[in-house]
Ligand binder design. Structure first.
Ligand code: BMA
Length: 405
């Protein structure tokens, strides 16, 4: 009997220790997400469903996204239902990136010549196809009118009390009007603006944009972000936005990732997606590290990002990236996919968005990230496409309804 109690108490102690140990462990990738709350407490049902479904997806694979994909490609423009992704794979991407730079000026077209009227149409079509739309904004400075890359004047004058604050509000008003015009039949009934992933003020830890390090102080950046979110949600009443934060990998120290990543972080109440813009580890012209080192660092950057996101119940994603001009024919399997599948953390990315395929004839330059017909990386991209972890349009579950609905 004593022996029985002795072994029982040892067994109980072991169980207790195991439970206690589990509680102290660094967070593991989660399969369930009971506590995912959007930054905007008033977010619409479809917007909440999108966030919850993206959290589910991250355990299975990642959405493949491409900037400006239906507007033009390397060898074509102004053709309906086209995309270089589709020309090669027969399928559309799952996620569509667009940039509203120059909307703030009241222009008809964005900074890359994409008409806003057509952009609206392409966004609506993407939603109809079940895809996800994400929006960035290379905004000209609302006070000076200088472009995004002009760092002479930072964000200070745009903040409440600043001389250009009204101009910032006017820019956000234009954005709100554009967002409101993206009206669709909502799965929960009625009509309203489609859910969007809004990714303002990106790559702020670099020094190449006026809202970024150097031109803008950290505290001013935080205030700019918070004002933007509060104004769009509370003043403009937009409840269809998820907010993505996206520092640039080239300025993120891997040995002190958390501190580096949280530079300018506006707080968990202002962000839904912890993104990273990663060109640096994927064959960037200024990165002299050998390929093997790039891969190790790519994996490390995604691992650290996913851990931080898990701790904060946020969604990790590669919000921009790729290899400009795609000079390695095995880029998609050897660099991108192998990095994304490297471990249980890297597999947490909800989406990966590559940058645009500039039209060769109109822009007179080579600047592209996905292959086009005849490009040497075509076969490799097809292999990437066929992998079960890469989600394109034909792999998409219904994203705008809760799974249990
Ligand atoms: C950059 C380049 C530019 C473009 C800008 C905004 O990365 O693609 O050509 O104007 O993004 O889309």
């Amino acid at each position: 009997m004593t022996q029985f109690f002795h072994s029982l108490s040892r067994w109980l102690l072991a169980v207790f220790l195991l439970v206690a140990l589990a509680a102290c462990q660094p967070t593991q990738p989660q399969t369930a997400h009971p506590s995912v709350e959007p930054a905007n407490a008033e977010a619409t049902p479809a917007t909440r469903a999108l966030l919850a479904n993206l959290h589910d997806i991250k355990n299975q694979g990642f959405l493949f996204g491409h900037q400006d994909t239906t507007a033009y490609g390397v060898q074509w423009e102004n053709q309906p239902d086209q995309s270089d992704v589709k020309r090669v794979t027969g399928d559309f991407p799952a996620l569509y990136g667009w940039d509203v730079g120059h909307l703030e000026r009241g222009d008809d077209s964005n900074l890359d010549g994409v008409s806003f009227q057509r952009m609206r149409q392409w966004m609506l079509e993407a939603f109809e196809r079940g895809g996800v739309v994400t929006v960035s904004w290379h905004m000209t400075h609302p006070g000076t009118g200088a472009d995004s890359w002009n760092t002479d004047t930072g964000a200070a004058s745009l903040l409440p009390g600043g001389e250009d604050h009204r101009a910032l509000k006017a820019s956000l008003d234009r954005f709100a009007a554009f967002v409101r015009s993206l009206e669709v039949d909502l799965p929960e009934g009625g009509r309203g603006p489609m859910p969007l992933i809004f990714r303002p003020w990106h790559e702020h830890n670099g020094d190449w944009f006026w809202w970024a390090k150097g031109a803008t102080a950290e505290q001013d950046y935080i205030e700019l972000w918070r004002f933007t979110v509060d104004y769009l949600t509370q003043t403009q009443g937009l409840d269809n936005l998820l907010f993505a934060f996206s520092p640039d990998r080239s300025r993120l120290a891997l040995d002190d990732f958390e501190t580096a990543y949280l530079y300018g972080y506006p707080g968990d109440g202002y962000v839904d997606i912890l993104g990273i813009d990663n060109y640096w580890d994927l064959g960037h012209g200024s990165n002299e590290a050998p390929k093997a080192e790039n891969l190790k660092q790519f994996v490390a950057s995604l691992t650290e990002l996913a851990k931080l996101a898990a701790e904060r119940h946020k969604l990790p994603a590669v919000t921009e990236g790729g290899q400009d001009t795609l000079f390695e024919a095995d880029f998609f399997t050897e660099r991108l996919l192998s990095g994304l599948l490297a471990n249980e953390w890297t597999r947490q990315m909800a989406y990966v968005q590559l940058w645009r395929n500039a039209n060769r004839a109109r822009e007179n330059k080579e600047h592209f990230y996905v292959p086009y017909p005849g490009h040497p990386a075509e076969a490799d991209f097809l292999e990437f496409y066929d992998h079960p972890a890469t989600l394109f349009e034909s792999d998409l579950p219904a994203l705008y309804r809760h799974a249990q609905d």
